[in-house]
Design a protein around this ligand. Structure first.
Ligand code: F6R
Length: 610
C-alpha cells in the first residue's frame, strides 16, 4: 500500500525522506520517489522497483534541500513504472503531489483539464491532482488545495508542495490515514507513524476532511472548508515494531481489523450514485461478450479458492450462468472443457501463484477469456489476464489471508451484480436491496470486531483440543472450508469442514464426547436442515458453537451449546460477515498455543512453485 512521508525543517530532507519510506516498506510497494526544493527549484527523482534503486539514483544525482515529500507506490491506476511513480507534477513543474488512496472521478477531471490544455504523461489518478491544484492556484496554495479537494471524490491523503510558496507543506486527509509529526524547528507528515517515529513522538492525527499547513516553525490545522481547528497532541509510546502494526500485536489481527476499510475501498467508485447498479468501468468485456458467456470456471488456490466457492453461488444466483470451481493445481490436468464462450475467473491475492498462473495460461490457450480478481495490480496474473478486477485490500503481510479473502467476496458480489445488470437476470429492486445491504457490511464487521473478547474465550477453550469440525450448508459450507483452513494453518489444530448434511455419510463416527463443532447457520431457507444436523452431532456428545444471524438466536440457541450472533444481512452476503468470527477464533487459538501467528510453519505468502 502506498506510503507518504514529508519534511520541512533545517536539515537535509533527502535522507529523512528515504529513511521514512524505508520504515513503510513493510506495507509493500512497487516504486518510490521524492520531490525536494533544491537550489534549482522543485526537483523530482523517482523510479520503479525497490527503494535501493532510488537510492542509487540519488547517490549519483542527490537532491539537496530542507523541504520535501516522498512516496512509496503500490500500483492502483496504471502499472508500476517510473512515470507512474509519485511524486507527480503539473505541466509547469511548479507543483508536486504525493497521494494515497483513489480519486474516483479522476477521468472526468482529466477530460476537463485536458480540454483546458493540460497534458498528462502518466496513467495515474494522482497526476490529475497536481494539475488540478495548479489549475486552481491563484497565489494561495492552501486555498488552491481546498478548492481542488472539493472537486475530488474518493479516499485520499495528500502531501502538496509548490515552488511559489516554498515555506509551506500542505497535507490533507480524506478517508486515508495521515499524521503530522511535530518537531522543533521542523515538522513532518506521514501516512503511518513509523515513517516519522525516529524524529518525533508527538503527532496530530488528522480526521477525514481535515488538513494541515506545515512550516518550519509550526503547524496550522483546519478543515478542508478553511475553518481553523485545534487538536490534542497524541504522544506515541509504541516502539517501531508495534507502530508498524498500528498498535496491534500481529499483522494478522491488524488485517482482520482493516476489513471494513477494505470492503469500502473495494466498493468505491464501482456502484452508481443512486445505489441501483454496479458499473465495473475497468472491465473491457462489453455487453455482447457478457451475453455470449455460456459457462464460468473459477480457478484458484487455498483461501482464494474458498472465495471462488462463494463466487460460484453468487454468479449462479445473480446471473444464472453455470459455474464450475476448480483448485488451480488440478485444473489443467483434468482436461477441462474450455470453449471460447467460457469465462475463466482466476482469483489470487498475490497474483503470482504458479498453479493459478498455469491455469490462466491453459484457459487462454483454449481460447477462453480470463478475468483476474487480484490484490496486486502489476502482478503476473493481472498482466496476463484479459480483464482485471482489483481488490483494494492493500498489501496483506500476515501469511494467513483475511482481508484479501473478504475483499475477493466483495469483488464477486460486484461482478455478479454487474453481470445481472447486463443480462437483466435480477429485478431492479433486488439489485438495489443487495447494494444497500453491501453498504452496511463494513459497519456490521465493526460490530463483530467489538465482540472479539467472546471469541478469544471460545478460541482458548478450543486450543486444548486435537480435532474439530466445521459444518454448514450452501455458502455456509464454503465459509466452513475457509474457517477450517484458517484454524489449521496458524494453530495446527486438525479440523475438517463438512457440508452439514454429509457427516452422516461417513465421518459421524469421529464425533466423540466433547469434540468442538462450529456450525454456521446463516441461511434461513436451510435453518431446519442444519439444525437437524447439529442435533446429530450433539447426540454424539459434540460441543457446538453456532454462528447464526441476529434475530434467530432464540431458535438456534435451543440446539447449540454456545451461540455467536452476527448482524443480519441478506443470505448471499452472509459469508462477508460469518467468516470474521472464524478468523478471530483462529487468531486467538494460535496465540493461546504460542505459535508464530504471522509466519506459520511450512507456509509461504506467495507460492510460486507448482
Ligand atoms: C491461506 C493462504 C493460501 C493462499 C493461496 C493462494 O491463508 O493464504 O491458501 O490463499 O496460497 O494464494 P494467492 O491468493 O496469492 O494466489
Amino acid at each position: 500500500m502506498c506510503g507518504i512521508v514529508g519534511y520541512i525543517g533545517k536539515r537535509d530532507s533527502q535522507d529523512i525522506l528515504i529513511e521514512g519510506l524505508k520504515k513503510l516498506e513493510y506495507r509493500g510497494y512497487d516504486s518510490a520517489g521524492i520531490a525536494v526544493f533544491t537550489a534549482n527549484g522543485l526537483e523530482i527523482s523517482k523510479s520503479k522497483g525497490r527503494l535501493a534503486v532510488l537510492e542509487d539514483k540519488l547517490r549519483d544525482e542527490p537532491l539537496a534541500g530542507s523541504v520535501g515529500i516522498g512516496h512509496t507506490r503500490w500500483a492502483t491506476h496504471g502499472k508500476p513504472s517510473d512515470v507512474n511513480s509519485h511524486p507527480h507534477t503539473d505541466n509547469s513543474a511548479k507543483f508536486s503531489v504525493v497521494h494515497n488512496g483513489i480519486v474516483e472521478n479522476y477521468l472526468d477531471l482529466k477530460d476537463e483539464l485536458t480540454a483546458k490544455g493540460h497534458v498528462f504523461v502518466s496513467e495515474t489518478d494522482t497526476e490529475v491532482i497536481s494539475h488540478l491544484v495548479a489549475d486552481e492556484y491563484d497565489g494561495n496554495i492552501v486555498e488552491a488545495v481546498q478548492r481542488a479537494v472539493k472537486r475530488m471524490r474518493g479516499a485520499f491523503a495528500l502531501g502538496v508542495l509548490t515552488e511559489f510558496e516554498p515555506e509551506k507543506l500542505v497535507a490533507v486527509r480524506f478517508a486515508s490515514p495521515l499524521v503530522i509529526g511535530i518537531g522543533e524547528g521542523e515538522n513532518f507528515i506521514g501516512s503511518d507513524i513509523p515513517a516519522i517515529l525516529e524524529h518525533t513522538r508527538n503527532v496530530y492525527i488528522l480526521n477525514d476532511g481535515e488538513m494541515a499547513v506545515l512550516t518550519r516553525d509550526g503547524v496550522e490545522l483546519m478543515t478542508t472548508e478553511g475553518e481553523f481547528i485545534s487538536k490534542e497532541i497524541y504522544h506515541v509510546d509504541w516502539d517501531l515494531v508495534t507502530a508498524e502494526k498500528a498498535g496491534f500485536d500481529h499483522f494478522m489481527l491488524k488485517e482482520i481489523y482493516e476489513q471494513p476499510k477494505a470492503y469500502r475501498d473495494t466498493m468505491l467508485g464501482r456502484i452508481a450514485d443512486d445505489g441501483k447498479s454496479v458499473d465495473l468501468k475497468e472491465l473491457t468485456m462489453d455487453a455482447d461478450y457478457i451475453k455470449s458467456i455460456r459457462k464460468v470456471h473459477i480457478v484458484a488456490c487455498g483461501t482464494a479458492y474458498h472465495a471462488g466457492m462463494v463466487g460460484k453461488t453468487v454468479i449462479e444466483s445473480l446471473a444464472r450462468i453455470p459455474v464450475e470451481t476448480d483448485v488451480a493445481s488440478e485444473y489443467r490436468y483434468r482436461s477441462p472443457i474450455i470453449t471460447p464462450d467460457t469465462l475463466v475467473i482466476v482469483v489470487s491475492q498475490s497474483g503470482e501463484t504458479a498453479d493459478t498462473l498455469a491455469a490462466l495460461r491453459e484457459a487462454k490457450r483454449n481460447g477462453a477469456r480470463v478475468l483476474a480478481i487480484t490484490n496486486v495490480v502489476g502482478s503476473s496474473v493481472a498482466r496476463e489476464a484479459d480483464d482485471v478486477l482489483v481488490t483494494w485490500a492493500g498489501p496483506e503481510i500476515a501469511v494467513a489471508s483475511t482481508k484479501a479473502y473478504t475483499s475477493q467476496l466483495i469483488a464477486f458480489y460486484l461482478f455478479g451484480l454487474h453481470l445481472a445488470g447486463v443480462l437483466g437476470t435480477k429485478a431492479e429492486a433486488e439489485v438495489a436491496a443487495l447494494i444497500s445491504a453491501m453498504h452496511e457490511l463494513p459497519e456490521q464487521v465493526e460490530a463483530i470486531l467489538e465482540q472479539s473478547a467472546v471469541l478469544k474465550q471460545v478460541a482458548e477453550s478450543i486450543s486444548s483440543h486435537k480435532n474439530l469440525f466445521f459444518i454448514g450448508r450452501g455458502v455456509d459450507y464454503a465459509v466452513a472450508q475457509e474457517g477450517s483452513l484458517k484454524l489449521k494453518e496458524i494453530s495446527y489444530i486438525h479440523s475438517e469442514a463438512y457440508a452439514a448434511g454429509e457427516l452422516k455419510h461417513g465421518t459421524l463416527a469421529l464425533i466423540e464426547d466433547n469434540i468442538p463443532v462450529i456450525a454456521l447457520v446463516t441461511q434461513e431457507e436451510l435453518y431446519e436442515k442444519t439444525l437437524s444436523n447439529i442435533k446429530e452431532v450433539k447426540a454424539r456428545g459434540a460441543h457446538v458453537l453456532g454462528i447464526a444471524n441476529a434475530g434467530s438466536e432464540v431458535e438456534v440457541s435451543k440446539s447449540v451449546d454456545e451461540l455467536f450472533a452476527i448482524p443480519k444481512t441478506l443470505p448471499l452476503l452472509s459469508p462477508a460477515l460469518s467468516v470474521v468470527p472464524l478468523q478471530l477464533i483462529s487468531y486467538y487459538a494460535s496465540l493461546a498455543l504460542g505459535h508464530d501467528v504471522d509466519k506459520p510453519r511450512n507456509l509461504a505468502k506467495s507460492v510460486t512453485v507448482e
